[in-house]
Design a protein around this ligand. Structure first.
Ligand SMILES: *Cc1c(COP(=O)(O)O)cnc(C)c1O
Length: 436
């Protein structure tokens, strides 16, 4: 596919409009869609719609298609595997691909010592299973999550997720024995990492107590919550406290994993070794797969037959994962994430110098965002944020927002996007900001 933005109709075009009508009549409105069009193919930085428009992809399907949405190795591996067999159920008749993915995760995840992996289908399912395993290992029940956390939309993971609208509103009651403590949000709490960690630990000790606490779960960069990078030292202090108190530390690297931040996993920046890591999103080049990887002693606390699921570690998804990981390794996509970081930061910092509505630019690698605020009060400006994102979408750029206050524009391009497309996509977004 030619890697250029091209709008030949307004968005939505006539074919997209017809599909929207069918969607409205057939698809539940709870599943809402952002882009005013429908996809037909995608490669690297470009997604083509049903009317022949070519859009710049700055979302990668929410940090999933880091290797591109049709990476040659992934396509080839999927085609080969799908013709061999589509499914046996690993719990019935196992196959090599599942084992090979577990071996690869043992190699690349920053969990120390012998590790074991179990595979599932979605990120939320991985988080659910990490909690089950931590409870089985510790014999304790409570789980602590942080302000601004996002861990999924199933019943247990909704309870772990912080933000009510749209994730939790009207869907309760929520799972018991889930507790929330303050995290680290340097732009808004002005605390250094050690002070923020001490505040969280004080609450863990008084409101839960270590002898009741099975696990602490945390995203090393909070994704849906606003691309919040904790202050230096925060994560390390929390992990040390967990280690000293027989509490399993679960790093939810579902959004940050697989070279997205410029390293295999964002925990590496914090110099911590989680007990368990949950992964999904970027793991398999767009095929649904997730994993729980953890210290063998913890993982094996779950009894035989206690973990699994019909589709978990589907063979086609496993073939895709092996190919996606190989693509990241051979293409040095970690370096590409750092290339993207450099270009995006230079562009955004230039704009910020003239526009104090950009309160903060933050993130790592190809996981970057800016927070839009009232320049006087730093109050979040969600209306401006959604106006900027929707203007960018109308102009053919897939732009995402996030944040507890809905005031963060986030960038998650495929790691294979060209400098030219990235620069053009950013210009569309920042021009929309200037015009707003
Ligand atoms: C997306 C996400 C999840 C949930 O993953 P699903 O595949 O949508 O269930 C959990 N945790 C984090 C950090 C995520 O970004």
């Amino acid at each position: 596919m030619e890697q250029t933005r091209r709008l030949i109709t307004e968005l939505p075009g006539p074919k997209a409009r017809a599909l929207m009508e069918r969607q409205d009549a057939a698809v539940a409105r709870g599943v809402s869609t952002l882009m005013p069009t429908f996809a037909v193919r995608a490669q690297d930085g470009i997604l083509e719609d049903v009317d022949g428009n070519q859009l710049i992809d700055l979302g990668a399907g929410i940090a999933v298609t880091s290797v591109g949405a049709s990476a040659p190795k992934v396509v080839e591996a999927v085609q080969r595997q799908v013709a061999e067999f589509t499914h046996t159920c690993f719990m019935v008749t196992p196959y090599e691909g599942y084992v090979a993915v577990a071996e690869k995760l043992a190699e690349i995840t920053p969990v120390s010592g012998p590790v074991r992996t179990a595979l599932f289908n979605s990120g939320a399912e991985a988080v659910e299973n990490a909690v089950k395993i931590a409870r089985a290992y510790t014999g304790k029940q409570a789980v602590a999550a942080f302000d601004h956390a996002y861990h999924g939309r199933t019943t247990l993971t909704m309870a772990l997720t912080a933000k009510s609208m749209p994730y939790k509103h009207s869907f309760g009651p929520f799972a018991p024995e889930i507790y929330r403590v303050p995290g680290s949000y340097p732009y808004r709490d002005q605390l250094d990492g050690h002070t923020a960690a001490a505040r969280a630990i004080a609450q863990l000790e008084t409101q839960i107590r270590a002898e009741n606490l099975a696990a602490v779960i945390m995203e090393p960069i909070q994704g849906e919550g606003g691309f919040i990078v904790p202050a230096p030292g925060f994560l390390k202090d929390i992990v040390q406290w967990c280690n000293a108190n027989d509490v399993v530390f679960i790093a939810d690297e579902i959004q940050t994993g697989f070279a997205r931040t410029g390293r295999w996993f964002a925990s590496e920046y914090e110099d911590v070794q989680p007990d368990i890591i949950t992964t999904a999103k970027g793991i398999a080049g767009g095929m649904p797969l997730s994993a729980v990887t953890g210290r063998a002693e913890i993982m094996d606390a779950a009894h035989p037959g206690g973990l699994g699921g019909t589709y978990g570690g589907n063979p086609v998804a496993c073939a895709a994962a092996l190919a996606a990981i190989e693509t990241i390794e051979e293409g040095r996509l970690d370096q590409e994430a750092l290339r993207i970081e450099k270009l995006v930061l230079a562009h955004l910092e230039e704009i910020q110098r003239q526009d104090p509505r950009i309160g903060e630019i933050r993130g790592r690698g190809a996981m970057l965002a800016f927070e839009l605020v009232d320049p006087q009060t730093q109050a979040p400006d969600a209306a401006l944020t959604s106006a900027v994102a929707s203007a960018a979408r109308q102009a053919g750029v897939i732009a995402l927002t996030c944040g507890t206050y809905g005031n963060v524009v986030r960038l998650l391009p495929p790691l294979t996007i060209s400098d030219e497309l990235l620069e053009e996509g950013l210009t569309v977004i920042t021009d929309a900001l200037t015009a707003a």
